[in-house]
Design a protein around this ligand. Structure first.
Ligand code: IMP
Length: 203
């Protein structure tokens, strides 16, 4: 059994990750479970760069383990990709998501239909003990809604309208969201990559 340390302190993420990785022959630890503290400055220009900054920092502490981390956010095409890698910090970390969401809707006033296109992106970075780096990235495509809707999820979920489903991301159950979300898809891609690698190692 190999150890995987996922560089997050977020319990909701850990639950989702455990569910997706449950049939891999690995032991999965959060940072806290691994007894580690790591909070490097996320100064990358892309989600992938930031995911690797977090993974590298933990790899330096535990080079014997498989280390994984994620970075994600919302990109709005009409706003040239904002808030992007600044999604959590946009308008300040202490600004509520009700305010951030209202401001995004305000900035798109008068913008109609497909010009409101936006997506969540998730990048998952993985570093193996030998230094091999793996990356998976996935999206959840939608449009900025004209009004927030739904109580589930977090962050920008109430304003990402998903035309295929006729509802906002915050109107999906956890289970429905995990099946189609940027993070769910990127995690499943990473699970496949690791499964192939561990199988090759075992041969
Ligand atoms: P992080 O990857 O945990 O740093 O999250 C970055 C930020 O992107 C979050 O704080 C949210 O603002 C936003 N974000 C990422 N994924 C989602 C999602 O699934 N729903 C809503 N907001 C999200």
């Amino acid at each position: 059994m190999r150890d995987i340390i996922f560089a997050t302190g977020n319990e909701n993420k850990m639950r989702e990750i455990r569910e997706i990785f449950e049939d891999l022959p690995v032991r999965l630890y959060s940072l806290k479970e691994a007894g580690l503290v790591s909070d490097p400055e996320e100064n990358g220009k892309t989600f992938a760069e930031n995911a690797f900054i977090k993974a590298e920092a933990v790899h330096a502490l535990r080079p014997d383990a498989i280390v994984m981390s994620d970075d994600s956010g919302l990109c709005v095409d009409y706003l040239n990709g904002e808030p992007g890698v600044y999604s959590a910090r946009w308008l300040g970390r202490d600004t509520s998501y009700a305010e951030k969401n209202a401001e995004l809707i305000r900035r798109l006033e008068g913008v109609e239909g497909e010009a409101r296109s936006a997506r969540f992106t998730a990048a998952i970075a993985c570093i193996l003990p030998d230094g091999t780096r793996l990356l998976s990235e996935a999206h959840m495509e939608g449009q900025i809604a004209k009004a927030p809707a739904g109580q589930n999820g977090f962050g920008y979920d109430p304003i990402l309208y998903l035309p295929e489903y006729g509802k906002c991301s915050a109107e999906l159950s956890d289970h429905e969201k995990n099946a189609i979300s940027h993070r769910g898809k990127a995690l499943r891609q990473m699970q496949e990559k690791l499964r192939d690698l561990l199988a090759a190692e075992a041969r």
